[in-house]
Each structure stands twice: as structure tokens, then as C-alpha cells.
Design a protein around this ligand. Structure first.
Ligand code: MEZ
Length: 554
């Protein structure tokens, strides 16, 4: 029995009617032509949500004052602290360590491993369980130019082109040069990548890539990587993991260096002071802000916490007005709405089709362009497929994969997707999926250099919370890569910073003067929206009133 309604089943017949011809053409190497550079520009500016004027405004305080961001981001950057400075006592510390890593996803965990390997004691504080992060949600793969016909040079050019030449070149160079090393490191730790029977690495194309360099572990690449990193962390004695302990503010010392953070224990509802010689911020992205009302692929804790903590401490952002909408988010059944349908599905040859079963775009355009094409087809051309609850989408013709690569390929290459739909009576090896763009990634973020340093001594940042590596549009597989390259670099560089610091007899005092200053700025700008940040967990109750509800009780 199919999980599709009778109406949708009727529409699927149109997809089936064109499939044979499309398959023949694909077998002969024909493909729907990619857009020209001019068309790309035009379609992006007309249909991509980033180019809409509505839902944006200038932020009124802090280092990016005057810059226009999505309203949800501006609200976060103008939020008040959870900590009431006048009530906070900083005399006692609950934990002391060399390096505090904030965030227990792939980047934070890689950072912790490298910091420990470079001789430091580490505390890794994470909001939910260790590993709950966008890393485990990453499906299709990780890019690295480690094949004979490829080089980091081509990878670099693809990244810069995909990012519309807005990327920070030193970060792109670091990311693409370190990529083969990262794959080697992961393998040495035990990550099981997909391989050919003779042991060679299996690599595929992603959108916007000139070479096949996508390494995968089925359609659960991020989960496989996280499994291994987490195990490795737990095996190292100098890394202490604090779960259910989100950071809510950074601490500085009286010499103006970053010197720790205030954690909030979600279980006991207590605040803890952690003093550290360096801090690595790796809190991930902001998908749960639901920019422009889009559903998201992101995990429950993706609320942009690191952005506001670092912003209050004076760190500037870049490209935060640029959001990645993954072209293929599920739009049916309702229980799956927003969930990621990996780009690997198109990498394996599946076409993207309108209500008449016709192709309307090259399936492997860079993500922002592909999303713009889908939105155009639905909203402007009126050729989208309506769902029973009034959403709209287009077909992703997954059964083609079986015809192109042999029976059983869908189950073998896309096991997680297969199960996710089978649960609702849809067999994606036989029936197409209905998809629409979904909020997937925070392209911009905190500004860093290629040593992962910020403008605040002692504060390092890595992973999705940072901006620059991907410019204004990230290519597939470069998020898993970036979190690991920059996680490793931040761990190593922070360890060097710690080891190079001169030990003083008496430690400088801790301060939260930056919060006091920021609160004054909010007051002077007459900002009284009562929002508090970090958000920590998103609230979906419709009548929820955001208000400052907790005071510091250390
Ligand atoms: O890098 C990503 O976002 C990725 C690999 C997603 C996917 O389509 O699988």
C-alpha cells in the first residue's frame, strides 16, 4: 500500500510516463543544460529567499551595527543576556581547565581531540547529549580532492565559484589543502567510508563540483563520523565532557582575554563558572531560527547560541544575511516536512520534475541556484505539485536510480532515506519523493582567520558558527569538511596559545563587563523587545512570550 493519496498517485503517473524517455537520454549522456551565468544571477535575484527585501532589517547594536540581517538574526543579536550582571558572583570557579570547547558536534569534538593531543586538558561542554548536532544529520558526504585526476587547486576553484567569489581566500585554501589529510585522519580513527570492491575510495559528484570528490558512508556520513569521533573522545582521559550544559555567556579576564564561560545545567538549573586559558566556540548553526518561515533540516539545538555570546564580546560577523536553503527538503508526508533528502539522490542520477513529469533544471546546479529554480517552477510557473495540506513541491524521481545503477541501489546507497519514507508507506525505489527547499545551513558567521583566531585573544571559533569559508553559498560536502579542518586547526592553535602563555603567580580576575556594556548599548538604543539569548532550545508553542525568565544563581 502506498502512502500517497489518490490525487498524488494520479500525478505520479505523469512522472512514470516521461521516465523511459528521460532514462534513454541520460544513458546516452544527455542532460538538462545548466543555466548560464547571466540566468543564474537573474533567477537568484528573483526567486532565492536571500534576495527578498521583506523580513530583513538593520541590527541596531554591536560590531555589525547598521548591517542588514534576517529579522530573526537581528532579534537574536539584540537580545538581552540570561545573566543579570548585578547578581552574578565571579569569586568561585566550578571548573578550571586549559581549554574549554563549547559545542559537542563534529567541530567541537575534533577541536577537543586535537587540543588534548597537543598536551592540553580539555572540558567539552555541550547543550544536549555529546554528538547531538548538525554533524549527525549530514547525509551525503564529505569532499576532499584525494583522487588522481583532482587536486586541492580544483577544489579551491569550485568552492570560490560556488560561493560567488565572496569567500575568504585563506580559509578556502586551508579547507581544501587540509581535506585529504582529514580523510586520512578519519580513516585512521575508524570511519568506514564507501569503497569499491578493490578497496579504492568511492567518490561522487556533488552540485557545483568539477571532479568527483564526495566521500560517503551510505547516506549517514555525518553519523558515521560522529560515532568515531565521540568514541575517540571518550577514550581520552584528559577530555571531560559536560552534557546538558549549554554555555550562556563568555567570560573575559581583566587583561581583556577570553577566559572561560558561564554554563547552565539544564537538569539542575544551576549556573557554573568555567575558567579556561582559551575557549573554542563550536556551537553550530541557526536553522531553528526558521529564517523566512522555512522548515529546517537542522537538529533541535541549532539556535545560533555562539553568535550572540561572541557578538556581545565584540566579535564581528560576516555574510550572516546569507542562508542556505537545501533544494531537496521533504514536503510530503507531513511528518517528514523539512527533513533533508540528500544531494546524493541527484548525484546518483535522479531528476527533478514538475507536475507534468518534465525536467526544468539541471539537477546539480549549486544549491542556491537549484533552490531558486524549484521556487520559480512552483511559484511563478505554477507547475508545482500541491500536497493535501496546501504545501507545494516538485518530484525527485528516485526510482530512476534503480534503472540507472541496478535493482537494490536505493536501499544500499540511501538506507536512511529508504527507511524514513517506508515508515509512511512510500517505497522510494519505486515512487518519487515530493520536495521543496528547506533551511539547511548558516553560510555566514563569526569572523576568524585561518588559525581560527577571532579579534578577542584566547577565543577561537570553528564550524558552522563561523563565516568566510563558503562565502555566500556552500557546496555540498564542504560542511563536514569545514567542521573537521577548522575543528582540528582550532584545537591545535588554541593549544599552542595556551602553552605559549606566561604563567602568572596570581591570575587576573574574571569579568563580564562586556555584558554590562552590551546591555547599556541596548538600553541606549531603546531596545526593549524582551528577547533573551542564547535561545538554547526553540519554542514552538504559538502563544509563547519570550521573556527574561532566569537569573544567575551561581
Ligand atoms: O554538505 C551537505 O550539506 C550535505 C552533504 C548534504 C546532503 O545533501 O547530503
Amino acid at each position: 500500500m502506498s502512502g500517497y493519496t489518490q490525487e498524488l498517485k494520479e500525478l505520479i503517473k505523469r512522472v512514470e510516463a516521461t521516465r523511459h524517455k528521460r532514462l534513454e537520454s541520460a544513458r546516452q549522456g544527455h542532460q538538462f543544460p545548466p543555466l548560464t551565468m547571466e540566468q543564474r544571477k537573474e533567477w537568484l535575484s528573483e526567486y532565492h529567499p536571500d534576495y527578498k527585501n521583506e523580513g530583513r532589517r538593520a541590527v541596531r547594536v554591536g560590531p555589525n551595527k547598521g548591517d542588514v540581517f534576517p529579522e530573526e538574526v537581528a532579534d537574536l543579536l539584540e537580545s538581552g543576556s540570561r545573566i543579570l550582571p548585578e547578581k552574578l558572583v565571579l569569586d568561585n570557579t566550578d571548573y578550571e581547565t586549559d581549554i574549554l570547547v563549547i559545542g559537542g558536534g563534529g567541530s567541537g569534538t575534533a577541536a577537543a581531540l586535537m587540543a588534548q593531543a597537543n598536551g592540553c586538558k580539555v572540558i567539552l561542554a555541550t547543550k544536549l547529549r555529546h554528538g547531538d548536532s548538525n554533524t549527525v544529520m549530514a547525509e551525503g558526504g564529505i569532499q576532499a580532492a584525494d583522487q588522481e585526476n583532482d587536486s586541492p587547486y580544483y577544489h579551491y576553484l569550485d568552492v570560490i565559484g560556488g560561493g560567488h567569489f565572496s569567500n575568504q581566500p585563506d580559509l578556502v585554501a586551508a579547507m581544501t589543502n587540509d581535506a585529504p589529510l582529514v580523510i586520512h585522519w578519519l580513516e585512521s580513527l575508524g570511519v568506514m567510508f564507501d569503497k569499491h570492491p578493490d578497496g579504492r575510495m568511492l567518490v561522487r559528484h556533488g552540485g557545483g563540483t568539477s571532479r568527483k570528490r564526495m566521500h560517503s558512508a551510505g547516506d549517514m556520513t555525518g553519523a558515521e563520523i560522529m560515532r568515531v569521533l565521540k568514541d575517540e573522545t571518550r577514550n581520552r582521559t584528559d577530555i571531560k565532557v559536560l552534557e546538558f550544559s549549554p554555555a550562556v555567556e563568555l567570560l573575559l579576564d581583566t587583561e581583556g582575554k577570553c577566559a572561560g564561560a558561564i554554563l547552565y545545567n539544564l537538569e539542575t538549573k544551576e549556573y557554573y563558572i568555567v575558567r579556561a586559558k582559551a575557549v573554542i566556540m563550536a556551537t553550530g548553526g541557526f536553522g531553528r531560527l526558521h529564517i523566512q518561515g522555512f522548515p529546517t533540516t537542522n537538529h533541535y539545538g541549532a539556535t545560533g547560541d555562539g553568535l550572540i555570546m561572541a557578538y556581545r564580546a565584540g566579535i564581528k560577523m560576516r555574510d550572516l544575511d546569507s542562508t542556505q536553503y537545501h533544494p531537496t527538503g521533504a514536503v510530503y508526508p507531513e511528518q517528514n516536512v523539512g527533513l533533508l533528502i540528500t544531494e546524493k539522490v541527484r548525484g546518483l542520477g535522479a531528476h527533478v520534475l514538475n507536475i507534468d513529469g518534465e525536467e526544468f533544471c539541471f539537477p546539480l546546479e549549486p544549491r542556491d541556484v537549484e533552490s531558486a529554480c524549484i521556487i520559480r517552477e512552483c511559484l511563478e510557473k505554477g507547475k508545482g505539485v500541491p500536497t493535501p495540506v496546501g504545501r507545494v513541491g516538485v518530484w525527485l524521481d528516485s526510482p530512476m536510480i534503480e534503472s540507472l545503477h541496478g535493482e537494490g541501489t536505493v536501499k544500499k546507497e540511501l538506507p536512511a532515506k529508504y527507511i524514513q519514507f517506508k515508515r509512511y508507506g512510500i517505497d522510494i525505489s519505486k515512487e518519487p519523493m515530493l520536495i521543496y527547499p528547506t533551511l539547511h545551513y548558516q553560510n555566514g558567521g563569526l569572523m576568524i582567520n585561518s588559525k581560527n583566531e577571532t579579534s578577542l585573544p584566547g577565543l577561537y571559533c570553528s564550524g558552522e558558527v563561523t563565516g568566510g569559508a563558503h562565502g555566500r553559498n556552500r557546496l555540498m560536502g564542504n560542511s563536514l569538511l569545514a567542521i573537521l579542518v577548522f575543528g582540528r586547526r582550532s584545537g591545535k592553535n588554541a593549544a599552542e596559545y595556551v602553552k605559549g602563555a606566561v604563567e602568572k603567580k596570581s591570575k587576573p580576575g574574571l569579568t563580564i563587563d562586556h555584558i554590562v556594556k552590551f546591555e547599556k548599548e541596548l538600553k541606549d538604543a531603546l531596545i526593549t523587545n524582551n528577547a533573551i539569548g542564547p535561545i538554547i532550545l526553540p519554542v514552538y508553542a504559538p502563544d509563547h512570550v519570550k521573556k527574561r525568565q532566569w537569573t544567575a544563581a551561581v
